[in-house]
Design a protein around this ligand. Structure first.
Ligand code: PLP
Length: 379
């Protein structure tokens, strides 16, 4: 129930990758047959990615994952332009937020747009934030904590009209939702969120956009990302992409039904509330807060019952700070701390969903009985 954090590698993906670890292990830059065999597999993987993103093959750059793709897009454009203004939102993943904050220390100006109570960035606010000197806007496709799907197509079009580059972090949506890339200049992908391997991702970078590389070296990936190519990773990402797109329609329908069933079940608990929008959310995302409950305790008790869940993003779960996303949608600290995120995946079944829906109320009741919050927290 924590597939937003990561997903298991699909057996078919593993099978596709396996020969590239031992038999076809060549360096894709070598001129001999071993190298050329690896090179061909790498380029075939690039073609697969391009086909699904409706872009050209040479517009795909393989990276080590979503974090690197985000950094490459944002810092890459910033340093190529040398100065300027960037627009983002307050609910981005830290791979975007911390990158923007770091750029502020290096002289760039950043607008962090607020969101409404569902987590939506307003397209009017977005357009008004564009000014002379705006070089880039970066807004995530869907939020990893509350699942809210942002109107990125509209925002990308607005950017296009204003001659501003538009980047989107599609780590949580790629392979789950169709993406129209017509006006999107850059888009980040991560392999391990769609039953692919960890340590591989991609940046779609449309032709003609200049970025300063983060990694200098042998000039791999058209000089934009040096380092010996991760051929098994690229093959795995491409295979995971093919499978995800093949199953997208049916899986999205199945997951949305399970999601809605779970949400309905959890909201029957007194003093509960849904975080995010009821409909415009990722098909696999459930995020609910419970009054007088401490999220960490809830996670640990669920773990004892064999349920892997989270309070928010896996990257921040070790921090005591409440989630910046939940605070941005207007939750109080106590409410943010009492939130539970459940994210479904393709192996989850209806009996599992029923088990979670049955288990959570018991634990919530037990925790409320011993809650210090109950006395100190006025709602
Ligand atoms: N962006 C979003 C929205 C994410 O959910 C994640 C991972 O949690 C990332 C970026 C980072 O991706 P990666 O783990 O591949 O670096």
């Amino acid at each position: 129930m924590d597939h937003a954090a990561t997903t298991p590698l699909d057996k078919m993906v593993l099978d596709a990758m396996r020969p590239f670890f031992d038999k076809k292990y060549g360096n894709a830059s070598s001129l001999h047959d071993f190298g050329q065999e690896a090179h061909a597999a790498l380029e075939e993987s690039r073609e697969t990615m391009a086909r699904h993103l409706n872009c050209d093959t040479n517009e795909i750059i393989f990276t080590s994952g979503g974090t690197e793709a985000d950094n490459m897009a944002i810092k890459g454009v910033a340093f190529a332009k040398k100065k300027g203004h960037i627009i983002t939102s307050r609910i981005e993943h830290h791979a975007v937020l911390h990158t923007c904050q770091w750029l502020e220390k290096h002289g760039f100006e950043v607008t962090y747009l607020p969101v409404d109570r569902y987590g939506f960035v307003s397209t009017e606010d977005f357009e008004s934030a564009i000014r002379k000197g705006t070089i880039l806007a970066t807004i995530m496709h869907a939020n990893n904590e509350i699942g809210t799907i942002e109107p990125i197509e509209e925002m990308a079009k607005i950017c296009n009209e204003h001659d501003v580059l538009f980047h989107t972090d599609a780590v949580q949506t790629f392979g789950k939702l169709p993406i129209n890339t017509k006006y999107i200049d850059m888009l980040s992908i991560s392999g391990h969120k769609l039953h692919g391997p960890k340590g591989i991702g991609a940046l779609m970078l449309k032709r003609g956009i200049k970025i300063e590389p983060l990694l200098h070296g042998g000039g791999h990936e058209s000089g934009k990302r040096s380092g010996t190519e991760n051929v098994p990773g690229a093959v795995g990402l491409a295979k995971a992409t093919e499978l995800a797109y093949r199953e997208m329609k049916s899986e999205s329908k199945r997951l949305s039904q399970l999601r809605d069933r779970m949400i309905k079940g959890l909201l029957k608990i007194e003093g509960s509330n849904l975080n995010g929008h009821p409909a415009k959310r990722l098909p696999n995302n459930i995020n609910v807060w419970f009054r007088f409950v401490e999220g960490e305790s809830l996670i640990l008790r669920l773990n004892d019952k064999g349920i892997a869940a989270s309070t928010g993003s896996a990257c921040t779960s070790k921090s005591l700070e409440p989630s910046h996303v939940l605070l941005a949608i207007g939750l109080k600290h106590e409410e943010a701390h009492g939130s539970l995120r459940l994210t479904l995946g393709k192996q989850n079944t209806l009996p599992e969903v029923n088990y979670v829906t049955k288990t959570v109320p018991t634990i919530v009741r037990e925790l409320r009985e011993i809650s210090p919050f109950k006395r100190s927290y006025k709602v």
